[in-house]
Design a protein around this ligand. Structure first.
Ligand code: MRU
Length: 361
């Protein structure tokens, strides 16, 4: 996608043995890139959320393995980098998927070729992610087109939670890809952007992306979505996901479940967009998904821009109060209208997933 007319992906090879990423902790106030030179740099970038979003976490981990192989291509070094990167964030299964794919590509390959093979595999993961998300956009377009047709030329109102746009992937995004394609196709649409407490990925990242692409949008408090659904101002919801289990349960950013409940109560369609790398075929229920607990400070403090342009972090809670910060929740498949994947749209169920991925039967 473009920033100030220049095309960017979220991760790309840099001069020397390195990759560059966009520092997402500084957006929307500063657009800065960071150079990652080692597997440790990649692990830190994932853990501190310099990069975030399930597909981008996987892509960064893949480059982490590739950077490790440039330093030391032994089995021991591969194992160390794998374990280090795997321990960064527990919920997004794309991390496991990308690391396993890298390990499989390197297993039983000659040491002297491993650095080159790993670099090529990481680049392939990135290219495939961009293409996959483009396909999700094309399939999702049909849904948005159908919904817009019922509006008789009036604006289609779409609600999204967190950031499942190009910043969360290598390019395009998952939930936002159909929105970009539909907007470019001339469908009049407007996006309600949940602020997404506590880290505000909606207010700071989704709004930044949509604004850069010229998509009309409004940031709302997380608690406002239900109200807008009751008043008929949301035509459909579309969100991303960090892990979908084999029965169709969906883990996504904390607060997604409440939006799905409100959508069900108000008869608003609730779509989940995902690449197949987000499906965990080994789990049969969302109850088995590990939910990341993040530091309470993310809840008790907020960072923003001062009038002089500097960034500042302030405390917003009563001193001494404890905070609990689960980063994700699970939306049962029964609350999801359909999945939008790179292979097409399917019912949100194990049977629906297997109809698109028959090799998993
Ligand atoms: O904690 P984050 O910012 O990594 O969480 C991101 C999300 O929850 C996204 O909705 C999800 O990764 C889908 S990304 C296309």
């Amino acid at each position: 996608m473009k920033i100030d007319g220049k095309h960017y992906r979220t991760i790309w090879p840099a001069a020397g043995d390195a990759v560059d990423v966009i520092d997402q902790t500084r957006l929307p106030h500063c657009f800065e890139t960071v150079t990652l030179r080692t597997a440790e740099d990649c692990a830190r970038a994932i853990g501190e959320m310099t990069v975030r979003g399930a597909p981008l976490i996987g892509a960064t981990a893949a480059y982490g393995i590739a950077l490790a192989m440039r330093e030391d291509a032994s089995d021991e070094a591969l194992g160390r980098a794998y374990d280090l990167l795997l321990a960064t964030r527990p919920t997004a299964v794309n991390l496991h998927w990308a690391l396993k794919r890298m390990r499989d590509a390197l297993r039983n390959r000659p040491r002297e070729r491993r650095a080159e093979i790993a670099w090529q595999e990481a680049a392939a993961i990135c290219d495939e992610d961009a293409e996959t998300c483009r396909s999700i956009g094309a399939h999702g377009l049909e849904i948005l087109r159908g919904a817009a047709a019922k509006k008789n030329g009036m604006t289609l109102n779409i609600l999204t939670h967190c950031n499942a746009g190009w910043l969360a992937t290598v390019d395009w995004g998952t939930a936002l890809a159909p929105i970009y394609v539909a907007h470019d196709d001339g469908i009049p649409l407007h996006v309600w952007v949940d602020e997404t407490r506590p880290r505000n990925q909606g207010a700071s990242l989704t709004a930044f992306e949509l604004g850069a692409h010229g998509v009309p949008h409004t940031i709302i408090a997380d608690n406002a979505g239900g109200h807008y659904m009751q008043t008929g101002e949301v035509d459909l919801c579309v969100v991303g996901t960090d892990r979908v289990t084999a029965n169709g349960d969906v883990a996504n950013k904390i607060g997604t479940y409440l939006k799905a409940l409100a959508a069900k109560d108000n008869g608003v369609p609730f779509y989940v967009a995902l690449p197949s790398s987000t499906i965990d075929w080994s789990l049969n229920s969302g109850r088995e998904i590990p939910i990341e607990e993040r530091p309470p400070d993310e809840l008790l403090k907020m960072t923003g821009r001062l009038a002089d342009g500097g960034l500042a972090t302030v405390e917003i809670a009563a001193p001494g109060s404890a905070g609990a910060n689960p980063a994700f929740d699970v939306t049962p498949a029964r609350l999801v209208t359909a999945f939008i994947t790179e292979r097409g749209v399917c019912e949100a169920s194990g049977e629906g997933l297997r109809s698109l991925f028959p090799e998993r039967r």
